[in-house]
Design a protein around this ligand. Structure first.
Ligand code: MG
Length: 261
């Protein structure tokens, strides 16, 4: 069932999303050579709790941490550890924050120092693929319109698409209906309506589409060992389009609404 949020619920989701944005911004200066992913996780948890937020992933189905930290060929669900970031790495930080029972969710890939041209290309075009998907969002559009836009952009830039994982609805639960795949046909799938909130999140690879799960039961890696990137926003469907609830605070956007808190 796809839920339609009330104005009050939307306001709480806006606040949860804004906490996610603030936490990404807070972490960015720490993402440097030598820091461990466990240290990033500790900083994030402290910051989130200081705002009155809840790190939703911690304890979810046994996941041990606040952040998912996925480096290079790790696509998603990397577990923070004593591994130190190195120059040339790319790291995706994915987080979900609960606020008064409502969730915000966003992932960004960051670079550690100078990175290769291929990794720059991957980051640039995975982020652009996200916005290609977001541009399709309006009442009356279908989920498949988003999926097709992401797929078309990714394929035209020669990037692999992770198909086993997808975006999702979000609300009081971090994963709600509908699924939002990163491939598919336009004109298919559930119809979007004002008041729905979804997460759009292309996970794209420099190599093939294929992935596998590590023995830890969480970390997803590319089969060929090439790097992956992942960008995600929580997006509200409005009466005439969309609103990004997890705006990137370091970069301006004409679609953001930042609550005064
Ligand atoms: Mg996420």
């Amino acid at each position: 069932m796809i839920t339609i949020k009330s104005d009050r619920e939307i306001e709480l989701m806006r606040e949860a999303g804004y906490m996610v944005s603030k936490t990404h911004k807070y972490l960015k200066p720490f993402i440097k050579e030598g820091i461990t992913t466990k240290e990033l996780d500790r900083l994030a948890e402290e910051y989130i709790r200081s705002m009155g937020g809840v790190p939703t992933c911690k304890g979810f189905e046994g996941f041990p941490a606040t952040l998912c930290t996925s480096i290079n060929d790790e696509v998603v669900h990397g577990i923070p550890s004593n591994r130190k970031l190195k120059k040339g790495d790319i790291i995706t930080i994915d987080m979900v924050i609960g606020y008064k029972g409502y969730q915000g969710d966003a992932a960004w890939t960051y670079k550690v120092g100078d990175i290769s041209k291929e990794k720059e290309y991957l980051m640039e075009h995975t982020e652009k693929a996200l916005y290609e998907g977001i541009k399709m969002v309006k009442p009356g559009a279908r989920v498949g319109d988003i999926s097709a836009a992401v797929e078309k952009y990714a394929r035209s830039h020669n990037l692999g698409i992770v198909k086993e994982l997808c975006g999702h609805g979000i609300g009081t639960d971090m994963h709600e209906d509908p699924n939002v795949p990163n491939y598919g046909a336009s004109g298919t799938g559930p119809i979007l309506k004002a008041g729905m909130v979804i997460c759009i999140e292309p996970m794209l690879n420099l190599g093939t589409d294929d992935i596998y799960e590590e023995d830890d039961g969480w970390t997803i890696r590319t089969e060929d060992g090439k790097s992956a990137a992942h960008y995600e926003h929580t997006v509200l469907i409005t009466k005439d389009g969309y609103e990004i609830l997890t705006p990137r605070l370091s970069i301006g956007s004409i679609h953001i609404t930042i609550p005064a808190f």
